[in-house]
Write a protein that binds this ligand. Structure first.
Ligand SMILES: *Cc1c(COP(=O)(O)O)cnc(C)c1O
Length: 378
């Protein structure tokens, strides 16, 4: 039996391991210089927009919504074709989440649907760069700003990508990243928030550190003593330790290599699967320079589940990304009904993520293609 191929996995080099070990031998395991360095390194990939490192992509979303001041009575408009955290972190802060439907081909938020979903209560429009293909960020930014809302870009899939020549991280008021092992680079667990707005940046930095205010000029009791720090708004401990930040900085050095290999594998799938009548390969919009995190194949004729089972049976770790977020019972129990976003539901019914990560060999890719072809008998 051939090796099991996961749908995604990390790429670890000796340099990465040495970077971590160096921190373990040093003075700072957390809150030290490797954090500052990782944040500066991230800014090198966001067109210079500053970043705040946090403990996960979920924490990044929570911090971003908190920095935006989301609370009870506010609305957040987002895509249902995402990991539940894009919506759940806004709901945890008390916001009402509205799901807007997708463009049927990219799986990204449809600007017309987003426009129809915003109201005077909308505080954040949260787009997702599904599979690593940037959303229609210029149109979505205009829709958000015209509604008096902020544009948040959940870029868990798309760090290293660009839209109309501008890097992901420089396109929205708040951009969030995830560094989970299946993502485009990893810190084991980790994430970040990037923002060009100084006020949002300060609020994000504070929220990840209990809300503590250290700047005496801003303290209410500045003469308390040299030890003093005080909380003005509640926050959490979402600090990413130096150990993991060092891994992130080391991984970032290979991001272009990762991007190139992911694009190569993507193109090999496109070519190998072309002409199979019952599947659709992913599209790329003019202006998009994707960082392909997923290879989202579409399987027609109601055969997605059978193909999933066939490939899993052949040791190929396909995945489905994602069940529409409002299908989760937590949303169903709040009254969200199936049928709300028909394009998203159809996308979900057809979607199958094929293995995609830098360590996949051409022979691995060809094995996946052959298994798909064998299933359809072509
Ligand atoms: C992975 C992911 C998240 C959550 O990131 P974690 O680091 O796993 O917490 C959020 N949104 C999207 C679109 C993701 O893919």
């Amino acid at each position: 039996m051939a090796d099991f191929l996961p749908y995604g996995r990390q790429s670890m080099a000796e340099d990465d391991i040495e970077a971590v070990v160096r921190v373990l031998r040093g003075d700072w395991l957390t809150t030290g210089p490797a954090v500052t360095r990782f944040e500066a390194d991230l800014a090198g990939h966001t067109g210079g927009i500053p970043a705040v490192a946090v403990t996960s992509g979920t924490a990044a979303l929570h911090v971003a919504y908190a920095a935006a001041g989301i609370g009870a009575g506010d609305e957040v408009v987002t895509s249902p074709m995402t990991f539940v955290a894009t919506a759940s972190t806004a709901a945890l802060l008390g916001a009402t989440v509205t799901f807007a439907d997708l463009e049927p081909d990219t799986g990204n938020l449809d600007p017309a649907a987003a426009q129809a979903a915003v109201t005077p209560r909308t505080r954040v429009l949260a787009a997702v760069d599904y599979a690593g293909h940037p959303a229609e960020l210029d149109r979505l930014r205009t829709i958000a700003h015209d509604a008096g809302a902020l544009l948040l870009e959940d870029a868990a899939h798309s760090i290293g990508g660009a839209w109309r020549g501008r890097p992901v991280g420089s396109l929205a008021d708040l951009t969030t990243f995830s560094f989970f092992p299946t993502k485009n680079l990893t810190t084991a667990e980790g994430g970040a928030v990037a923002t060009p707005d100084e006020g949002l940046l300060t609020r994000a930095q504070r929220y990840r550190n209990h809300g503590l205010v250290r700047d005496r000029a801003e303290q209410r009791f500045p003469d308390e003593g040299g030890w003093h720090q005080e909380v003005h708004e509640f926050g959490l401990n979402y600090r990413l330790p130096d150990v993991l930040c060092a891994l992130g900085s080391s991984q970032l050095r290979r991001i272009q290599e990762f991007k190139r290999r992911r694009a190569e594998i993507h193109a090999r799938y496109d070519e190998g699967l072309a002409g199979i009548p019952a599947v659709r390969t992913p599209v790329t919009r003019d202006g998009a320079d994707p960082m392909w995190h997923l290879y989202p194949l579409r399987v027609l004729e109601g055969r997605r589940r059978a193909l999933f089972d066939h490939l899993r049976g052949a040791g190929i770790g396909v995945q489905v990304n994602y069940i529409p977020a409002y299908w989760h019972p937590v949303f169903a129990d709040l009254g969200y009904r199936r049928g709300m976003c028909p394009n998203a539901e159809r996308y979900y019914a057809e979607q199958l993520s094929l293995p995609l990560y830098p360590g996949l060999t051409d022979a691995d890719v060809d094995r996946v293609i052959e298994e798909v072809r064998a299933f359809f008998g072509v």
